[in-house]
Design a binder for this molecule. Structure first.
Ligand SMILES: Nc1ncnc2c1ncn2[C@@H]1O[C@H](COP(=O)(O)OP(=O)(O)O)[C@@H](O)[C@H]1O
Ligand SMILES: [Mg+2]
Length: 1038
């Protein structure tokens, strides 16, 4: 039902119990139609399955479907015949009790198909051992054999079962199908000799003719054409295209070998089948006395041959009758009509009993020989209620059978329903249902029932006819509320009931039966004469069927009606001891067409199948009931107390749950083990809530699951990462180790090399030397001197001292070269002058170092500074240099400003326009200066130069420059003399003076007491050259 609830809006309701208008027949039909149009042929009424014949393959009987239904809660999935089968099977296994599935419905409604599906379901889904496969195969294969002999084509069904069948499937304690047993009911023997238009005889005749091997047919004296046989051609559809006799023959003959039929059995069996066909072709003629004769005994011979009797005996038995008069037997001839009757009776009897033999034979092959306890599931595939325009004895029996089954239903379902309420302790109002026991009694009551009356008519002496039987009925049961005849009915009823008819008000509706043939059919008379012949048959099967004991037994065998009554009551006994499941089959239309739904026809079947009644009872009390555990299991998610687990008793859980979702007291009742819900809407609301919560639950479960997956994934990744890291670290560590080992070696070699560095190259220091060399050279790059003055040099390691020295030299040379290339001509000249200065003064005179930085000028006098007269006087000589000087007199040492002008040839001391002194270079003896930082210089002239009075004492600011220029012009070696302390000079030829140099507190030049010129150099003024000059100049100015 749970599955039903989910799908209820899509295609009606899957369970009629949930139908809102449960008393409305058209709503019922509507629901069936709606579902049928969607090819949903199954619908439940509680646990009863309603099936509508689809007349087409729906693809719902495959192995997948079987597996789907296997072991699933009955209500979880859409209705299916497999669900019924599985439910019965599981209950049987768990409770170790017996079950039966009652399949009913009218001809063509799908009963046989349903029973086959169930059998297949068990064959496929039940556990199986190899040794028991044979039993399973036999169970499956018994079906085609039985169908061949017991089924025939009718207008309603091409494969109509013409007998009722109850089949027990036996299971061992493991639930393995191990055997079976079949009981057949009331095979329609009349079909052997007569078929209505559009009908056929039993399939086996046609199958034998169509599929039988040529030799076999020849042996049986048969031709292939069914039209040659009277028993096969009356229905005018012997060659039916919708039935494939040839193929079916193959199936049947395969099945025969599987279920233990010997070749002899088959020979006998087909001998009987063939003999029936030959019998049908025997023709009788009337002789002059009106007795029957057989003009052509050809067929007789064949029958005699096949049945193993003497032809003459057979012929006599067919045309004569043995009468017992007092103590002696009288043989009297039969009329042709009676001969035909006798012939047909023989055919029917032979076929009927052979069918019974066949069932027995199958049973012995299905029987399980071990005596362990078995449980069974019975399948009852029996004709449903039948109402035709003309209803005869067969319909009477069939409808009686259905009354009995309805009775069972009443007992088992309607009563059981009420019993359940009692067991569960639920208060409820008993509902009224029609108990058809009264009709059953009408038919079967001893001495008073219709069957008893019929039997009485059959055996009473005197001329009993069908009419007398009818009269007897009127007399004996005329007052019964469910019985009517034309005579008993009021004026209105008269028109509808014929003279020979009686009407029964069955539970499913009224049926009018025509009494014609009732007596004959009930008697089912086979003349004794014929019986004797058959008892003496050499055909093994017939010998088993017709026992001589029967002849000796003078008691009448029970009539067909009584036999049927007895077999039904034993069937009911069988059924009553078992747990029932019901399948009600409905035929949607009369034309065997798919997708056609005849409302009227269906409504009619619903009525006589008692479905409305069933539903009403199901619904009268409570629409839904479910064991607490199951209810809780499904809906527990609706209440926080019961979700996800309820640990208390399920009943309390359910109580908590329904209180939480707000059931009103009138909506439900709590039984001992079950909850009963009164209205479908209550359940729908619950289901809707469940549907809603399901999505949330699903989301939550999904989220949890995804979370779980995520975490699992994360943990996996983390582990992977850790492992990766570990490996990577390992790899790194190994790499590091290698590197360190390498480094240790290198360092070791380095140290070794270092220790042996001073040894001549050997393997121990070779590398070290290379390294040191390389290192030094590379390092040297950054420490190369940038200019010639930069004397720095990277200190070389011991072994490289030589090379370093060479390199240093090269470097210096290179620098010098570069420097030299960069020196201009003027600068070169200047530098040459400086070189000269250096040669003269370096290390000799204080102030030299400071003077180095001061560039020499070409001249300290412009042409403008020199008096033009002077210029004119020395115009013949080019002026090389001029500088202002102060001249000190040789005697008084008076200071006078003068200009010193140097030409190529001579030096001039000039006072304004007057050349005071001209000293030719050739006459120059030298120049003296002191080693101090004073700027005094004495130009010594040669005493031979008479033009000169004495040496010249000059004070020149640019002493280094001036002396250098002069020295260069003079071009004499050792020309300049740097003295220490004092120097001598000529005041005049032969007369010398002294100049004393010393340092003192003040810078001054003066004539000391001794008449010497004293040049005092102030120590602290030594480096302030230009200020000195000012101070020096002052006395002169003064
Ligand atoms: N479930 C089904 N699916 C398909 N066809 C079916 C089904 N049930 C019955 N039929 C068709 O209807 C025909 C008659 O069914 P059958 O079971 O022989 O009827 P019944 O035994 O009630 O007289 C079958 O031969 C088959 O063609
Ligand atoms: Mg059938």
């Amino acid at each position: 039902m749970e599955g039903t609830l989910t799908a209820r809006d899509k295609v009606g309701v899957q369970d009629f119990v949930l139908l809102d208008e449960h008393t409305n027949e058209s709503a019922f039909v509507d629901n069936l139609r709606k579902r049928f149009s969607e090819n949903l042929i199954y619908t439940y009424i509680g646990t009863l399955l309603v099936s509508v014949n689809p007349y087409q393959e729906l693809g719902i009987y495959n192995v997948n479907q079987m597996e789907l239904y296997q072991g699933v809660n009955f209500f979880e999935l859409p209705p299916h015949v497999y669900a019924i089968a599985d439910n019965a099977y599981r209950l049987m296994c768990s409770e170790l009790n017996n079950h039966f599935i009652l399949i009913s419905g009218e001809s063509g409604a799908g009963k046989t198909e349903a029973s086959k599906k169930i059998l297949q379901y068990f064959a496929v889904t039940c556990p199986m051992t190899e040794s028991l496969q044979v039993a399973r195969d036999r169970l499956l294969l018994s079906n085609p054999v039985l169908e061949a002999f017991g089924n025939a084509k009718t207008p309603r069904n091409d494969n109509s079962s013409r007998f009722g069948k109850y089949m027990d499937i036996q299971f061992d304690f493991q639930g393995i199908p191990v055997g079976g047993h079949i009981i057949s009911y009331l095979i329609e023997k009349s079909r052997v000799v007569h078929q209505n238009r559009g009908e056929r005889n039993f399939h086996i005749f046609y199958q034998l003719l169509a599929g039988g091997e040529a030799e076999r047919l020849a042996y049986l004296g048969l031709e292939r054409d069914p039209l040659l046989y009277k028993y096969l051609s009356q229905g005018r559809c012997a060659k039916e295209t919708s039935v494939n006799d040839k193929n079916n023959w193959k199936t049947v003959s395969d099945a025969f070998s599987a279920i233990d039929f010997t070749e002899a059995d088959l020979e006998n069996l087909f001998g009987i089948i063939a003999s029936v066909l030959h019998l049908g072709n025997i023709c009788f003629e009337e002789d002059k006395q009106g007795c029957a004769t057989v003009p052509d005994t050809h067929e007789i011979k064949w029958v005699a041959k096949l049945l193993g009797v003497y032809p003459s005996v057979l012929l006599e038995a067919l045309t004569h009758r043995k009468m017992e008069a007092k103590a002696e037997e009288v043989i009297c001839p039969l009329t042709p009509e009676l001969s035909v009757y006798a012939r047909d009776a023989m055919a029917k009897a032979v076929y009927g009993r052979t069918f019974t033999w066949l069932v027995d034979k199958i049973n012995s092959s299905l029987a399980n020989k071990d005596f362990t306890k078995k449980t069974v599931i019975g399948l009852l595939d029996i004709y449903g209620f039948e109402v035709f325009d003309k209803n005869g004895f067969e319909q009477f029996c069939i409808n009686y059978c259905n009354e009995k089954l309805q009775q069972l239903l009443v007992e088992r379902t309607l009563k059981a329903e009420q019993a359940e309420y009692e067991v569960e302790g639920i208060e409820w109002e008993p509902i009224q249902y029609f108990n058809n026991k009264i009709i059953c009694d009408l038919v079967e009551e001893r001495h008073r029932g219709i069957i008893s009356i019929l039997d009485e008519e059959c055996i009473r002496p005197g001329p009993a006819t069908d009419l007398s039987f009818l009269e007897k009925l009127e007399e004996k049961v005329g007052k019964h509320a469910h019985f009517e005849t034309r005579k008993l009915a009021g004026p209105r009823g008269r028109k509808r009931i014929g003279w020979m008819e009686f009407r029964l008000l069955h539970y499913a509706g009224e049926v009018t039966y025509c009494t014609n043939g009732f007596l004959a059919k009930n008697n089912d008379l086979l003349y004794r004469h014929l019986k004797e012949v058959l008892c003496r048959s050499r055909n093994g099967i017939l010998r088993e069927c017709f026992l001589v004991a029967e002849l000796e037994n003078r008691r009448r065998s029970p009539t067909v009606g009584t036999q049927f009554k007895n077999s039904l009551s034993s069937l009911l006994e069988i059924l009553i001891s078992k747990e029932p499941s019901y399948i009600r089959c409905i035929k949607p239309n009369e034309w065997k067409e798919p997708s056609k739904f005849d409302d009227c026809l269906v409504q009619h079947q619903i009525k006589y199948l008692g479905l409305m009644e069933h539903l009403r009872v199901r619904r009268a009390g409570f629409a839904y009931r479910r064991r607490y555990e199951h209810f809780l299991q499904r809906y527990k998610s609706l209440c926080p107390d019961t979700w996800p687990h309820w640990h208390g008793p399920p009943g309390e859980g359910v109580e908590r749950l329904i209180k939480y979702i707000g059931y009103k007291p009138e909506e439900y009742k709590l039984g001992k083990t079950k909850i009963f819900i009164r209205f479908p809407r209550t359940l729908f609301a619950t289901e809707d809530a469940f549907e809603f919560s399901k999505h949330q639950l699903v989301a939550r479960i999904q989220a949890t699951y995804k979370g779980c997956l995520g975490r699992r994934d994360y943990v996996k990744k983390r582990q992977a990462a850790t492992r990766l890291e570990a490996h990577w670290r390992g790899a790194l560590a190994r790499k590091e180790l290698k590197r360190r080992k390498w480094a240790v070696q290198i360092i070791r070699r380095f140290i070794k090399g270092f220790m042996h560095r001073d040894r001549p190259p050997c393997p121990d220091n070779e590398e070290f030397i290379v390294f040191v060399r390389k290192n030094y050279i590379l390092n040297l790059r950054y420490h190369v001197p940038k200019n010639v003055l930069d004397k720095s040099w990277l200190k070389p390691p011991g072994i490289l001292e030589n090379a370093s020295g060479l390199l240093r030299k090269m470097c210096m040379r290179n620098l010098v070269r570069k420097y030299c290339r960069g020196v201009t001509a003027e600068r070169k000249a200047l530098m040459q002058q400086k070189v000269v200065t250096s040669e003269i003064f370096r290390g000799k005179k204080e102030g030299y170092a400071e003077s180095l930085n001061q560039a020499f000028a070409d001249s300290r006098l412009d042409e403008g500074d020199i008096n033009p007269k002077v210029l004119q006087l020395i115009s013949s000589e080019k002026i090389q240099y001029g500088v202002p000087v102060i001249k000190y007199d040789r005697k008084g040492f008076k200071a006078r400003p003068r200009q010193l002008i140097l030409t190529q040839k001579a030096a001039y001391v000039v006072e304004l326009a007057k050349i005071k002194q001209r000293i030719e270079y050739s006459m120059l003896k030298g120049v003296s200066t002191s080693g101090l930082s004073d700027r005094l210089l004495v130009i010594h002239v040669s005493p031979e130069d008479n033009r000169q009075k004495g040496d010249t004492i000059l004070l020149c600011e640019h002493i280094f420059e001036a002396v250098t220029k002069l020295a260069m012009l003079v071009k004499k070696e050792n020309f300049v003399n740097v003295v220490k302390g004092s120097l001598q000079f000529y005041i005049s030829p032969g007369k010398e003076g002294t100049i004393v140099f010393h340092t003192g507190p003040e810078e001054q030049i003066y004539k000391d007491k001794n008449g010497q010129l004293t040049v005092e150099k102030c120590q602290h003024l030594l480096d302030k050259g230009h200020r000195r000059s000012n101070q020096v100049a002052r006395p002169a100015e003064a």
